[in-house]
Write a protein that binds this ligand. Sequence first.
Ligand code: ATP
Ligand code: MG
Length: 382
Amino acid sequence: MPSADEILRDRSICICAGSGGVGKTTTSAALAAGLAARGHRVCVLTIDPAKRLADSLGLEELGNEPRQVDPKLFEEADVEMRGELWAMMLDAKATFDELVRKQAPDEETRDRILQNRIYRQISNALAGSQEYMAMEKLFEINHEGRFDFLVLDTPPSRNALDFLDAPKRLTQFIEGRGMQMFMKPTGIATKVVGRTSSMMFSVLKRVVGIDLLADLGEFFQAFSGMVDGFRERAKRVNELLADPATTFMVVCGPQGEPIEEAVYFHRKLVEAKLPVGGVIVNKVHYATEADLSDSGVADELSGPLGDELAERVAANFRDYQALAKRDAHNVDHLARELQAKAVIRVPYMDEDVHDLTGLLKIDRYLFASEAERNQLAAAGTS
Ligand SMILES: Nc1ncnc2c1ncn2[C@@H]1O[C@H](COP(=O)(O)OP(=O)(O)OP(=O)(O)O)[C@@H](O)[C@H]1O
Ligand SMILES: [Mg+2]
């Protein structure tokens, strides 16, 4: 079973995708840290990292630009740093603005769009815009060529497939009928919209002083010249995702439903002809070698701990064993479904992963062979 090392060899982009809350942000940061320690100049694009993790990596909320993670942090964690780790927190709104700046044919159009009230709302709320902007930023940083490896975290969507649909949704919106209707000044839509809504708009204008109709008209007109540019850009972003230098790592939890979701998502990636490296199953309960019968545990411990506490520890142990059995069963099922693809198990750590030391503990599993992983888990190194 290949390790992250082998999966990522000869690649330059890794995209960690999966359902909400499974550990995508943690895994992306851990992969990036591991690759950097091994000599790469890596940048990880994280999305809404937990505050403690962001703080410990020295990430700043504003800026939308990569910053280098202090190499001393690696030294403190006793890990030799042979490359460079850079990280950034994605700011979807700022990325959308940058894109408009690039695509606008002239300064006047650019300013008209950026200052437009409708644009400001849309750029925040448009379905899929966070997903698309993550890809857009990846594309831009890749194009700049400053790093030899990029790791992309993906937004916390309920459904991992939302990520794949994002470019389509964005271009559909821009090319879509709603937009077209507005952009043709003589179209039927203008007349209909004009008649049915003008009263509402004029009331709004009188009461709150906002001329929405003018804003709408201006927005759609200013945007109309950029449709081709946006479409072309989305095409290139899509090409980058499908490039042989890119690899997707699906991240999932070990419970039944997350495993089924990962199987489904993997199938969809393959159908979309996107390169998949494998699946990382996070927060796994590794089976222990210890073969302690229920009463055996309680009996052994009742001396030092007393009966009540010993029984509680034994119950805990039983629960853990049951979870480990369930996880092993689910991971076997996943491995069968994926055939030869890699399945990497990362254990449920004793505590939240909120700093570089925690990420490097995860790396010991990500960058190990299957046999080494089992040894580590048996030695209780989580
Ligand atoms: N192997 C692990 N052991 C223990 N805790 C973990 C492990 N992996 C992640 N965590 C913790 O689980 C929480 C969720 O992880 P993370 O933020 O990486 O998930 P996510 O998939 O990015 O979530 P979202 O979909 O909301 O973005 C975090 O508090 C993190 O510290
Ligand atoms: Mg996340």
